[in-house]
Design a protein around this ligand. Structure first.
Ligand SMILES: CC(C)(COP(=O)(O)OP(=O)(O)OC[C@H]1O[C@@H](n2cnc3c(N)ncnc32)[C@H](O)[C@@H]1OP(=O)(O)O)[C@@H](O)C(=O)NCCC(=O)NCCS
Length: 168
C-alpha cells in the first residue's frame, strides 16, 4: 500500500472533518466535538502541526498537534490530538505513521515535550508515560501522559491549549 504522510492542505479540510467525526463516533470516550476542535484551532491559527495520511490519493487519516503551556513558563510544549484514521482502515499502522511523523517534526523543532490524554495501552508505544502528579486540573490523571523530548524529566504541569475547552 502506498501511504504518504504530508502536511494538510486547504482542500483536505472537509475530509479531515468527516474522517474525524466518523472515527470518534463509536468511541465511548469521545466528546463528540473532536472534528470541530480541529476547525477551531485552524481558524484561530493555533494548529501547530496537522499531518494527513493519503492512501492511493485518498485522505485516510489526520493528526493534530497544538501548543501547550507549562506552568513554569518553559517553552516548546505541544499537545497531540485529535488523531483519527478512516474506520475501515484502522489497526494497519496508519495512526502510528501519522504520530511518528508528527513527533519527528517536534524533535526537529527541539520541542520540550508532548502531552496528551488518551489510552496508555496505545500511546506507550511512542514513549508516552503517565504523569499523574503533573496532570492539569480537569484532565483524567489515569489518562494524562507526557513524552519528554528536549526536557529529560518534566517538572511542571503542562496545560492544554484553552481552545480545547471551548471557543475563546
Ligand atoms: C486511535 C487510532 C488513531 C489509531 O490509529 P490506527 O491506525 O488504527 O492504529 P495503528 O494501526 O497505528 O495501531 C497499531 C496498534 O495499536 C493498537 N490500537 C489501536 N487503537 C488502540 C487503542 N485505543 N488502545 C490500544 N491499542 C490500540 C492496534 O490494535 C495495533 O496493535 P498491534 O500493533 O499490536 O497490532 C485509530 O484507531 C482511530 O482513529 N480511532 C478512533 C479515534 C480515536 O480513538 N482517536 C484517539 C483518541 S485518544
Amino acid at each position: 500500500m502506498s501511504l504518504v504522510i504530508r502536511p494538510e492542505k486547504t482542500a483536505d479540510r472537509a475530509a479531515i472533518h468527516d474522517i474525524t467525526q466518523r472515527a470518534f463516533a463509536p468511541m465511548d470516550y469521545a466528546g463528540g466535538n473532536e472534528q470541530d476542535l480541529i476547525d477551531r484551532f485552524r481558524d484561530a491559527g493555533a494548529l501547530a502541526i496537522s499531518l494527513v495520511a493519503e492512501l492511493d490519493g485518498a485522505l485516510v487519516g489526520q493528526v493534530t498537534f497544538t501548543e501547550a503551556f507549562a506552568a513554569d513558563g518553559s517553552p516548546g510544549w505541544y499537545t497531540l490530538g485529535p488523531v483519527a484514521v478512516e474506520p475501515d482502515l484502522q489497526a494497519q499502522h496508519i495512526g502510528s505513521r501519522l504520530i511518528e511523523a508528527g513527533l519527528a517534526m517536534l524533535r526537529e523543532r527541539d520541542a520540550a515535550g508532548c502531552v496528551l490524554t488518551g489510552d496508555p495501552a496505545y500511546y506507550s508505544r511512542f514513549g508516552f508515560r503517565i504523569f499523574s502528579d503533573l496532570c492539569p486540573e480537569g484532565e483524567p490523571a489515569a489518562y494524562y501522559q507526557m513524552l519528554p523530548l528536549r526536557v529529560a524529566v518534566p517538572q511542571a504541569v503542562v496545560a492544554f491549549h484553552p481552545l480545547f475547552y471551548g471557543p475563546s
